[in-house]
Design a protein around this ligand. Structure first.
Ligand SMILES: C[S@@+](CC[C@H](N)C(=O)[O-])C[C@H]1O[C@@H](n2cnc3c(N)ncnc32)[C@H](O)[C@@H]1O
Length: 256
């Protein structure tokens, strides 16, 4: 078996994903599971398959980037967003909000629903991801029952249509409010002047050096007093060193 370092270089070349920024142990385990599942014997065989089989390559990309998401994921955080963050940032005319590592769009659409409920008008609802195939799903706005399971009945009735095949389609009015774009957190430039940035359940896969670099970038992209929200397993150890103050569960605020 060729070594993991070479595999990382090959994956970078073939898929454009830089695995040196991700935690080795976790990624290795996932890649080994994939190899086993597809009855490939070596890293070399995996690379050869990725180079020749487009379908395999795209499925592997999806698998590596781990796209799991759902509406109102971690309801406690959405309670804070509804009761504290949105009323606060909506004092500024037309707040700008960015969901980074947005996956299928469930997170940004959940925010759009809350804004709509409170009759706040967003200036920008931006959702970005490295993986174009999940962004296509996000733009389509069609969801499986498990992906909308955290949504209360009132919002389901108001903002979704249930199709005969059991899929749930997000309301056109909500969909139109969101801009979806491809963006690699490791390589692309970061837009500025956001009132709120959410980057949840993305950091956990990165090394701590990469996490530090990304947090610094996010803080630069926030307006003064802007909010930054991470996933429940991604608490920031020393928020003050980044110019952040912990406000609540998973929620930070820029102090400058
Ligand atoms: C587990 S999902 C999180 C989705 C959503 N934020 C949530 O919490 O429900 C992680 C997402 O991060 C994206 N991702 C991974 N590496 C990335 C990178 N370097 N740049 C941008 N997005 C990335 C993946 O494609 C995936 O859609």
């Amino acid at each position: 078996m060729v070594d993991y370092e070479k595999l990382k270089r090959d994956i970078h070349k073939t898929l454009g994903i830089d695995l040196t920024a991700y935690k080795d142990q976790q990624m290795r385990r996932r890649i080994n599971q994939w190899i086993e599942r597809h009855q490939l014997k070596t890293y070399n065989q995996l690379v050869a398959t990725l180079e020749t089989d487009i379908d395999h390559r795209e499925k592997f990309r999806e698998y590596l980037t781990i796209n799991t998401s759902n509406f109102f994921r971690d309801t406690k955080v959405f309670d804070v967003i509804r009761d504290k963050v949105l009323p606060e940032i909506s004092r500024s005319a037309r707040p700008r909000i960015w969901s980074a590592g947005a996956s299928i769009g469930a997170e940004i659409y959940s925010i759009a629903i809350l804004m709509n409920e409170a009759k706040f008008t967003p200036g920008l609802l931006l959702a970005t991801d490295l993986d174009e195939s999940v962004l296509e799903k996000a733009r389509a706005g069609v969801y499986l029952p498990n992906q909308i399971a955290g949504t209360n009945q009132e919002y389901l009735d108001k903002y979704f249509t249930k199709k005969p095949n059991g899929h749930w389609v997000i309301d056109e009015k909500i969909k139109k409010q969101v801009v979806f774009k491809t963006h690699d957190l490791l390589r692309s430039t970061y837009e500025r002047d956001f009132d709120l940035i959410l980057c949840r359940n993305v950091f956990i896969y990165f090394t701590s050096e990469t996490q530090q670099r990304l947090i610094t970038n996010f803080v630069q992209s926030l307006k003064p007093s802007g909010y930054f929200i991470v996933g429940s397993a991604e608490q920031i150890m020393d928020p003050v060193s980044y110019g952040l103050q912990r406000v609540s569960y998973c929620v930070y605020r820029k102090t400058l």
